[in-house]
Design a protein around this ligand. Sequence first.
Ligand SMILES: C[S@@+](CC[C@H](N)C(=O)[O-])C[C@H]1O[C@@H](n2cnc3c(N)ncnc32)[C@H](O)[C@@H]1O
Length: 332
Amino acid sequence: MSSPAAGNNLPMIDVYLPMMKSAAIISAGQLGLFEALADGPLSADELAGRLAVSVRGVATLADFLVSIAYLERNGAAYTNSASTQRWFTSRGAVDYTSGLLWTAEAWPMMGDLGSALRRGGPQTTLWEAMQSRPQLGQTFAAYMAAFARDLGPDLLRLVPLRPDQQRLLDLGGSHGLHSIRFCEHYPQLRAQIVDFPSALADTPARLAAHGLSERIALTPASVLDHQWAPGQDVVFYLSVAHNQTADDNRRVIRRIRDSLNPGGLLVIHEYLDDQPPSPYLAAFKLTLLYETGTSIHREADYRAWLAEAGFNEVKRIDLDPLEKGALLLASV
Ligand SMILES: C[S@@+](CC[C@H](N)C(=O)[O-])C[C@H]1O[C@@H](n2cnc3c(N)ncnc32)[C@H](O)[C@@H]1O
């Protein structure tokens, strides 16, 4: 990463431009600007009419988005760039607009990062905040759903199941998309999702839409104290371990091992604390410090917890791009 403050550039450019870039992209997502352009070019007048915003406002926003290559301009007409169309509209394979709406929620939190750094952790964890503001949980779950649509094909390809594997336990499964994808692919499979109530708010409707309400059960509970049934064939622990302390992960992994049938499989998706951390991982650690007070863990930690719990074989698979994280496949 470049460091303008270290060179001849104005040092504040390094702070100001990323802030304005984030603010503009988030605003475009909130206003529905990228989606409005998904079917073709529109002028500022037309955009203003569609989005019910001022012409001056939308033109100023659109011109900035052209300057950072999120939009293109031809005369008076604006269009989405190819990557904007791909990642931030319903016409692309994955629409990350929900990630923009979540980032709008995270924005004031990061403005307060200094106070968490002084304390060394959050005043209120994200999960506590979601209890008093369930909408926050739904916005987060919608963002996680976008990521799951992105990760899903990798997971299906890299985690083949055998016909005798019939019971899937999806810990922290939230939106349900991973369980849905696997149940649709493997007709023998039944699943149970365990997550906090606010993370499951939209899941029943999604299961019903896929005709899977009978095959996928929802359990609103914490994975730290819910006693799930033995006889599991596959357990998903996907992007959940970075929300737990090392001791809690050690205990959960032991309980997962105890509930797995012979030949069973634990699938962990995580961001591993490799050294030195990439800027993305280092940023994620700061986010976790503010939001949950937890952190990412080292591959060696997972291997120790898994060995201690009695898993025989552990395989690491780095995903592409690396910002997608890694899988640890542990078998009994
Ligand atoms: C980063 S999201 C990942 C969601 C999903 N597993 C996926 O991969 O898309 C983390 C999920 O873990 C859930 N979670 C965190 N701590 C939990 C706990 N103690 N018990 C149950 N769920 C928990 C959160 O509510 C959230 O849905």
